[in-house]
Design a protein around this ligand. Structure first.
Ligand SMILES: Cc1ncc(COP(=O)(O)O)c(C=O)c1O
Length: 400
């Protein structure tokens, strides 16, 4: 893929072609050959040149060993500095535990901080692995379908979350910004969650991996930063992997803001630290410290793509409802009004050549929906929606 300048311009991102993306060989463009890949949360925009410098420097040095303590510390400090700079949340650096990925942080949270036999509450629609990871850790999942209005705007059903805690659940998985429905939850909404959790002595796993990707002019508020209650009952997970597009480098950060949690976790921390790769840690330290403006350029582009997608859906897929994408680059589209035969993603893969995730995979309330990763050059996004619209039009002609 062509290297972009430190802060990529829209023209540079627009110019990235399907051929280049296929040649790059990522999962998004190879899993379903011949289709436009829009199902996995990766961006088609490469990664910051500063990350490339980190990787090239490692090659030159001929040194690829374990993460040295000094770099482990540098990552902790860079993480807390970034969190402070972007949200005003101050956390001591030793509360940051590098882990290979956010799902490892979820597994650790379930294992170390929930009682055997207690269920895990997952508001739906949800990021797909939230529905399966707890089961693999011997915990039942309680799906709590969220409320949605006619415009496709989702809010948590706190009454149902309350009932699930009352029935014995121990942990709430809170994803904000919310994959797949695109909401950035407000401080008021988060405070209302905190009231429910505290009432039951419950816990929260706050997945904030998409925090760098807020598109609307709203703040991302880290849930644990709200007050002493939320700091005490929350494990937060972050990563550079979505915002700076480096999930293959396998480095995320788990933040233990509660004093009791930090003490309880101490015996396991050293082992966990050995699971993180040197290059992922260096890349995260670099972008959290100074990414050269790359993220700002990409978020600006995504904002324009979101607006373009809204117009494209209105033009080519009338009857579908697109949820407003306040954050993330994952669009959530209600296709129930399109009269499709069978699951929507299968229809669009077969008839439109676009690879999407079916809403069914996102849990209760996802039937008839699709999840579309729109972080692709705008000409490709346009082509994808045009092909989807043409497939629906053909269906209508055949049916008529
Ligand atoms: C909300 C959310 N959490 C976690 C992940 C996975 O992150 P990781 O690869 O760090 O486990 C993703 C990836 O798309 C995601 O969207």
């Amino acid at each position: 893929m062509t290297d972009v300048a430190p802060s990529p311009t829209a023209a540079e991102l627009d110019a990235i072609s399907v051929q280049q993306l296929r040649a790059a060989g990522g999962v998004k463009w190879t899993a379903y050959p011949g289709t436009i890949g829009a199902f996995v949360a990766e961006m088609d925009f490469g990664f910051p040149p500063r990350v490339a410098e980190v990787l090239e420097a490692a090659l030159r040095s001929r040194s690829l060993g374990y993460l040295p303590p000094v770099e482990h510390r540098a990552l902790q400090e860079a993480t807390v500095a970034w969190v402070d700079r972007t949200s005003g949340w101050r956390v001591p650096a030793d509360r940051v535990h590098p882990v290979p990925d956010v799902l490892t942080a979820l597994r650790e949270t379930i294992r170390r901080f929930t009682a055997p036999g207690s269920a895990v509450i997952v508001p739906t629609p949800a990021y797909m692995p939230f529905l399966t990871v707890p089961g693999a850790a011997d915990r039942e999942v309680v799906q709590v379908p969220s409320r949605v209005d006619a415009d496709g705007r989702y809010t948590l059903d706190l009454g149902a979350v309350d009932a699930a805690f009352a029935a014995g659940a121990g942990l709430l998985v809170l994803c904000n910004p919310w994959n797949p429905v695109g909401r950035v939850l407000t401080r008021e909404e988060l405070l209302a969650v905190a009231d429910v959790v505290e009432r039951h002595g419950g816990r929260v796993f706050a997945d904030e991996i998409h925090a760098p990707l807020v598109l609307d002019d709203v703040p991302h508020v880290p849930y644990a930063s709200l007050d002493a209650r939320t700091a005490g009952h929350t494990v937060t997970a972050l990563a550079a992997s979505k915002g700076w597009n480096v999930p293959g480098l396998k480095c995320a950060q788990m933040i233990l803001s509660g004093d009791a949690d930090a003490a309880a976790f101490a015996p396991y921390a050293a082992d966990l630290a050995t699971t993180v790769g040197l290059l992922g840690a260096r890349a995260a330290t670099t972008v959290y410290t100074d990414d050269g403006g790359w993220l700002a350029g990409v978020v600006d582009y995504l904002r324009g793509s979101r607006d373009q997608l809204e117009a494209l859906v209105a033009e080519h897929l009338p009857g579908a409802v697109l949820s407003r994408l306040e954050g993330t680059y994952i669009a959530w589209l209600d296709c129930r009004g399109l009269g499709l035969p069978g699951p929507a993603a299968a229809f669009f893969r077969r008839e439109a050549g676009v690879g999407l995730t079916d809403g069914n995979a996102c849990g209760a309330g996802g039937e008839g929906f699709i999840r579309m990763v729109m972080a692709t050059p705008r000409p490709i996004l346009r082509r994808a929606v045009e092909q989807m619209g043409a497939a629906v039009a053909r269906l209508r002609t055949t049916a008529g």
